[in-house]
Design a protein around this ligand. Sequence first.
Ligand code: IDC
Length: 471
Amino acid sequence: WAVGAVVLAVAAALLVAVGPQGAGAARADTASGHRWITDRQGRALVLRGLSTASSAKGAADGMPWIEEKDVARERRALGTNFVRFLLQWRKVEPSPGTYDRTYLRQVAERVRWYGERGYHVLLDMHQDLYGPRVGGNGAPAWATETDGLTSAPTDPWELGYVEPGTVRAFDRFWGTVEGDGRDLREHYVGAVREVARHFADDDTVIGYDLMNEPWGGSVQGPAFESGPLARLYQDAIDAVRTVDRDHWLFVEPSAIGSNWGFATGLPRLDDPRGDGDAARIAYAPHLYPLPMDLGGGYTGSTKGQVDRSLRAWREQTEKTARRLGAPVVIGEFGLDTGLPGAMEYVEKVQRMADDMGAGFAYWSNDPGPWAPWDAKLRPTKLLPVLDRPAPLAVAGDPVAYGWDAAKRTLAVSWRGTAGVRGGTEVRLPARHFPKGGRVAGGVQRAWNPKSRILTLDSGPGTHSVRITPRR
Ligand code: IDC
């Protein structure tokens, strides 16, 4: 989002205005007024994982780089329970109104690889810079209308969002400029519904991310988010519900601004399932503080700016989640692990996610400098940072949880709620718990040294459990 010095100056001023106290006053309590995505046993899911994968964007068959053995390695190495799986509209609907069943079956095969290892999969309708005809990925060529305007490659890639062909393609998609009448939004909604129809009965799928980093073209800010974007989301939600009653619908704000911690104008959306606890709309904003987008690390004066950005981001995210009545999953965060302070930053974001009771998908699992493995699939220094003790599923309403590295203690507290089956599951990585865990304040029901999952007894009332390494 390097859109120049002016933006940077405005951004800095706004961040200073929000100030350090802003979100610092947020509750440590993650339970009250906070909704949770639950598993089939009614347990609150703490979703932790990565996106799979950027490589799918340009692949002819639209598949990410992974083979089944890579999924097995991801589970073994990180113990994650979540994956954000990239889809491409160009593959779902290669020609107008025609859906590619072979593509959806190939996706389903990979979803099964994850499902067999205990993962929950979020299917992400990904796009960057609209589509390949204007230098990006996502939309099919037949749905890219540029009125003769073109887009040149840019460095960094995000600047492509202001290339004329890309802006026009978005404007035509949203219907905010005069066009030849073809309703591209209706096609997009149809493609999302087709994905949902295919996966409606798939228990590994947790939901659909309706659009990656929506961009308003020449219409920005609340005019975009409360207008064309909200309409598209509502139409997509209504369409999905005609074929899929149960999976969650994840919505993202317009990335510009929100990724840095600014407010979003996204309004509350209606789920035909019903209001309150019946609704299944989740909020999945991305987190990329501006100083880091501009290439900075987490060090020196940049560190202070990033910290302010994180506080602002948390405050805005919690506010928006309350407005939407939605649980929060950080849909993307990530950085080049070679940047100074990068590991401290990843550690900090994970702590923040725990404090917020939010899930996350680190960007991304593509082997290379951002990932927990390099191009030769050897672990990078990110791997031990992501391989962190955490609860996976909580048998009730989570109150608070977190790993204290200094005290070598994983604390989890929750209120048992009626109708929940099974115990609370926590994962204890071998690097921190070589001989398993010693449980205080609760009862260990089971320990699986292979999956590193310890199950705790639950029941009515409040539970407050502390787990330290067994000696
Ligand atoms: C990036 C990839 C990069 C690719 C670029 C454009 O890492 O290799 O060239 O997309 O396709 C996002 C996007 C996500 C980006 C990621 C990192 O949602 O697709 O992936 N990012 O730049 N928003 C902010 C950052």
